[in-house]
Design a protein around this ligand. Structure first.
Ligand code: HEC
Ligand code: HEC
Length: 163
């Protein structure tokens, strides 16, 4: 079995390479989860903690500027906490550091979506086969279309794979 050893030597680095590369080539989406304890606590009180990379910075700014009327709820916080959360979300947004996450595909630059579920990328992913029709939401125990965690159990970890 003289050939086994060289194969192993070549195989190990190759396996490492494939493991590292797979999240990039897979069809799914992997985002950085929220690591800030304040954002986690305050923005996870009523629904999942949305990874900041789901929306562009302009959306997070608009949202945090008007937490008194947050989709009909009052999510207002003191000024210092609000500023802290706004800065974190903007710094980790889909377009932070000049990059453009695939969640911003086909999003016109002059449009500031209020919701993730308004993004052209999101509606395209969910229009087929009534993926988020009322009956499907009910069956999955999702309270609204943006209740990602009901259907993507690792949503807070930023993982949205084919599952
Ligand atoms: C009622 C269930 C449901 C809800 C709620 C839901 N999704 Fe999905 N989503 C699906 C299904 C079904 C698919 C297609 C199968 C798949 O790829 O996992 C899908 C696909 C996706 C994909 C593509 C995955 C891939 O492999 O390409 C992403 C990304 C995604 N959803 C993100 C979200 C986000 C973000 C939210 C919340 C804002 C959300 N979804 C809410 C059911 C749901
Ligand atoms: C008092 C409860 C409450 C708190 C606290 C709260 N939210 Fe919400 N959030 C809501 C409600 C209600 C909705 C809309 C749900 C619906 O459409 O039925 C919502 C929706 C959202 C959506 C849109 C999801 C989608 O695409 O449909 C985002 C993003 C969001 N919240 C982010 C945040 C952030 C960031 C914070 C922290 C600053 C926060 N929320 C704190 C209640 C809250």
């Amino acid at each position: 079995m003289w050939i086994a050893r060289p194969l192993l030597l070549v195989g190990a680095p190759l396996a490492v390479l494939l493991t590292v590369a797979s999240p990039l080539v897979a069809d799914g989406l992997r985002l950085e989860p929220v690591s800030d304890p304040v954002v986690k606590a305050e923005c996870g009180a009523c629904h999942l903690v949305y990874p900041a990379g789901l929306l562009p910075a302009r959306s997070w700014r608009a949202m945090t500027a008007n937490l008194t009327n947050h989709f009909g709820d009052n999510a207002a916080l003191d000024a210092a906490t609000t500023a802290h959360i706004a800065a974190y979300l903007a710094a980790h947004a889909a377009d932070a550091d000049g990059r453009t996450s695939k969640t911003m595909r086909r999003l016109p630059p002059e449009v500031t979506p209020a919701r993730i579920t308004e993004l052209p990328w999101w509606t395209r992913r969910h229009e087929r086969k009534d993926r988020v029709a009322p009956a499907t939401l009910a069956r999955n125990g999702a309270r609204f279309r943006g209740d990602c965690k009901a259907c993507h159990e690792d949503a807070e970890r930023g993982w949205f794979d084919d599952d």
